[in-house]
Design a protein. Sequence first.
Length: 141
Amino acid sequence: MKKLILGLFLVIMLVACSSPKDVQLTLSSVGDTMKYDQEVLSVKAGSKVTLTFINSAKMAGMNHNVVILKPKTNVKKFASDALAHGPSYVPPSDNIIAYTAMSNPGETVTVSFTIDKSGYYPFVCTYPGHATSMQGVIRVN
Ligand SMILES: [Cu+2]
């Protein structure tokens, strides 16, 4: 009986430690369009998120990134500020949570970050001309 309890205890500890706090998210662009394949991603607050972005374009000039912003950021204004900050197109801003490198067609880039507070965190591609159609939101709860 004691062994069984100890065994159960170990199983519970293992489950608790293989923490669901590490989360892998994968996002892609859609072919040669200025679109992400998902507009809503969901994670639990406090998760250590590794976001992999696959640039699935084949056409030259279809460069993309993923810039994750604080809730209620004015994305339109942020994207217009970004235009003056090539080649990364990431302007200095307190509203940035994290961002990937600017990817070339066929390239995969990753970024890791942790968000502790629940909310809706917009993400956007800041390559010139893309922000209007290339947006989404990370729902943190
Ligand atoms: Cu883009």
